[in-house]
Design a protein around this ligand. Structure first.
Ligand SMILES: Nc1nc2c(ncn2[C@@H]2O[C@H](COP(=O)(O)OP(=O)(O)O)[C@@H](O)[C@H]2O)c(=O)[nH]1
Ligand SMILES: [Mg+2]
Length: 339
């Protein structure tokens, strides 16, 4: 099942992918039987290179960024139920007992997406691939959140908001058409559901004046306090991503439903954010002490990355087999796309 990761220029996509790679390596080895990670060689190499750099205190560098034009990877989760499937599918299931999510990262400020937003015509294969997604992960750059409503940053954020909101509408429209096409071909499917997730990236750089204005404390509620985390995240989105939030909460539009959005916080501890001073040169990542858990790891929101992996386990298992089976037949190899 195709899944899209959307992000703005410099919003932390590459960093996010490097950390997801790291989390997957660490967590994946603990749940070997039930979780798999695959990526095309080029993506794998780049994701691991990003992580290696971070172990050395560095954010992804400019040269790496240039190379990093095509990123895609697959999360596979051992299927929870297969009892109700017909025999022939079970047999196939025995060979492929994993529900898969094929993630691809898209730069919303990139040429393809911008052209699509302007024209509404899904001409490029990249956009066609994007529109097939049942999952949409939206990265939001917390370092761009500001109370100065006339600043370029704030305007930029609102532009991103309207672009993401418009992509969500396109996704709904595409899903509706896709499902009615399937019905007209005699495939029995329910109503389409899109599974959204929001990643608040660079959460460590969220400014104090923003928190004060919104009456929020620094630091997110703990992972088990789902409701409070959601309220916290939505307090930010209501101000900085209002159109996107209202799309996600709009319920069923034209028979297409958005599932409850899941929220994740991504942060990396940096030397500058600790000293609370303006950075001199590029920010340096703070590493955790050497331990048996992992040599020299960057200090980052590992728990949220694990939560991300686990969240999509339930999503991968929720999608009806009819839809998945059909996609397996129809979908050619997913095109790698710009990150
Ligand atoms: N403080 C902080 N800075 C970050 C974080 N993630 C990214 N950055 C900064 O943002 C820059 C751009 O990130 P990158 O992942 O390359 O963004 P991309 O252009 O969307 O791929 C990095 O060079 C870092 O300086 C984070 O979690 N915390
Ligand atoms: Mg990048």
């Amino acid at each position: 099942m195709p899944a899209a990761i959307l992000g703005d220029r410099a919003c932390g996509k590459t960093t996010f992918l490097g950390l997801l790679y790291a989390a997957q390596v660490k967590y994946g080895t603990r749940v070997l039987d039930s979780f798999r990670f695959h990526a095309p060689l080029q993506s794998l190499r780049l994701m691991s290179q990003v992580y290696e750099g971070m172990k050395d205190s560095r954010f992804p560098g400019a040269t790496l960024k240039d190379e990093m034009t095509h990123i895609s990877f697959v999360f596979g989760y051992r299927k929870a139920v297969s009892g109700r499937l017909p025999m022939y599918m079970k047999e196939r299931n025995w060979v492929h007992p994993f529900a898969k999510l094929n993630f691809a990262a898209y730069d919303v400020s990139g040429e393809d997406v911008q052209e699509f937003i302007d024209s509404g015509v899904a001409a490029s294969p990249i956009i066609q691939q994007l529109l097939k997604s049942h999952v949409v992960v939206i990265l939001v750059d917390c370092s761009k959140m500001t109370t100065e409503i006339d600043s370029p940053q704030f305007k930029h954020m609102l532009k991103y908001d309207s672009e993401v909101a418009s992509l969500l509408v396109s996704l709904q429209t595409y899903k509706r058409q896709e499902f009615s096409r399937m019905r007209s071909q005699g495939v029995s499917v329910g109503d389409p559901v899109i599974y959204p997730a929001i990643v608040l990236s660079k959460f460590d750089s969220l400014r104090d004046d923003v928190l004060v204005k919104l009456g929020l404390h620094r630091g997110v509620p703990a992972g088990d306090q789902k409701r409070k985390r959601k309220e916290y995240a939505e307090a930010l989105l209501r101000v900085f991503l209002p159109q996107t939030l209202s799309q996600l909460r709009g319920g069923k539009v034209a028979g297409v439903n958005f599932d409850q959005a899941a929220y994740f916080f991504s942060w990396v501890r940096t030397e500058t954010s600790e000293a609370g001073m303006a950075p001199v040169g590029p920010p340096r990542i703070v590493r955790k002490e050497f331990s048996a858990e992992g040599g020299a790891e960057p200090d980052f929101s590992y728990e949220d990355y694990v939560a991300f992996i686990e969240h999509f386990r339930s999503v991968a298992n929720k999608v009806p087999d009819e839809v998945v089976e059909r996609e397996n037949v129809q979908q050619s190899q997913p095109e790698p796309v710009p990150a």
